[in-house]
Write a protein that binds this ligand. Structure first.
Ligand SMILES: Cc1ncc(COP(=O)(O)O)c(C=O)c1O
Length: 396
């Protein structure tokens, strides 16, 4: 039976990592997969996370199951982190389940939407993270796109975006990136969030926010101002949270899906659906990452250490953006690269077509996904000149 399976093409992002590993050149540069890297090119475990792990290991007395909803303390703390004081006001109307990373939250959210309305259409930004479509579409929901990014100005396509969302039929699901839009680095400002929230509320749309980079734009609080504007104004909300990047917990697969319903009764019903979907997919989430994140958030010292470490990561990404923009501007004074410093988070689109991305790889050993998305954190003092020279030569 299994001989019927033909090999599939490589994943658009993970395939870049695999190709990078195969390249024997000592000068190769990986600007592909979305993991943070420090000055030495490593993806560190934050010291607050290490300390929490040490304490947990010493304290843990059982490995019994955690239950389909996972770690309830983590669920509450991670939603508090995202929604701030609003979380307490919405608590009775919120059902939260711990998930297998942000991907698990997105997939579980899609399954929940399908249970509520099998004909729901999810609208995603153009462009969006390469895994949104497979994660959400596999559950059977239809996907459509709304305009978001203007490649000519390398900024938000504000008019077309607001216009398109304003014309969606009632019941449409709108997937929004909480901050640090992947792949463009172009975020909504509070004015846009307010306008979108009003449209979503008045047209009866369902907002689904993917929050995978809280703290990677400006800081933990600033990055969720827009999300909180939205949460305050809409009756229902799905929120997929990932702890992979900001807690450095990538492989521990830590996340949550928080769903705000219009009443406590609806929230109670939502919780039963979440638990059933989880039970049927994987039964229960892993314990470790959520226990670690909960401990970091609960302990004032660990929390302060962690916030400082996230701030250091952001400062590094901002300085790398300036460094790359300066080097490119020096090499190509005819072109404007300041947009790199206006965009936020780990990603930006270099604006190179697939042929130029291939040239970067084949001629310069620089690896990016085919859409030309660059992981800013992959830049370093050691490779910035080479990257800038290669990109400058292929730009314009
Ligand atoms: C936009 C976006 N959403 C969600 C995720 C999910 O991350 P994970 O499943 O690793 O927690 C990612 C990871 O790269 C992402 O970039």
């Amino acid at each position: 039976m299994l001989e019927n399976l033909d090999p599939l093409p490589a994943d658009s992002i993970l395939g870049v990592t695999a190709a990078f590993r195969r390249d024997a050149s000592p000068d190769k540069v990986d600007l592909g997969v979305g993991v943070y890297r420090d000055i030495d090119g490593n993806t560190p475990v934050p010291s607050a996370v290490r300390e929490a792990e040490r304490v947990l290991l010493a304290e843990q007395v059982t490995k019994t199951y955690v239950g389909p909803a996972g770690n309830l303390d983590f669920n509450q703390r991670i939603v508090d982190l995202a929604l701030g004081p609003l979380a307490a006001r919405l608590r009775e109307r919120t059902a939260t389940i711990q998930t297998v990373g942000g991907c698990g939250a997105l997939r579980l959210g899609a399954e929940l939407l399908r249970a509520a309305n099998p004909h729901a259409v999810v609208h995603v930004s153009t462009p969006t993270w390469a895994n949104h479509e497979p994660l959400l579409g596999t559950s059977g929901l239809t996907l459509q796109r709304y305009p978001y990014y203007d490649p000519a100005t390398r900024s938000l396509a504000e008019g077309p975006l607001l216009d398109a969302v304003g014309r969606l039929p009632s019941g449409s699901v709108v997937l929004l990136h909480g901050c640090c839009h992947n792949p463009t680095g172009v975020d909504l400002d509070p004015r846009h969030w307010t306008a979108l929230a009003d449209t979503i509320a008045s047209r009866g749309l369902m907002p689904f926010v993917d929050l995978a980079y809280q703290g990677f734009g400006d800081d933990i609080e600033q990055d969720v101002v827009g999300l909180r504007i939205l949460a305050e104004r809409v009756p229902e909300l799905l929120l997929a949270i990932s702890c992979s990047k900001n807690f450095g917990l990538y492989r521990e697969r830590t996340g949550a899906l928080a769903v705000v319903g219009s009443s406590p009764q609806t929230a109670a019903a939502i919780a039963t659906h979440q638990a059933r979907i989880a039970r049927r997919l994987y039964s229960m989430p892993p314990d470790h990452g959520a226990a670690v994140a909960a401990r970091v958030l609960a302990d004032p010292k660990l929390r302060a250490d962690w916030m400082r470490e996230v701030a250091e990561m952001v400062a590094r990404m901002k300085s790398l953006r300036s460094l790359l923009a300066d080097r490119l501007a020096a090499l190509r004074p005819d072109l404007d690269f300041r947009w790199l410093t206006r965009q936020r988070g780990m990603f930006s689109l270099l604006g190179l077509d697939a042929a130029r991305v291939t040239a970067l790889r084949e001629q310069h050993h620089i690896y990016l996904p085919q859409d030309g998305r660059v992981n800013i954190a992959g830049i370093s003092d050691g490779n910035v000149d080479r990257v800038a020279r290669a990109v400058a030569g292929l730009s314009g």
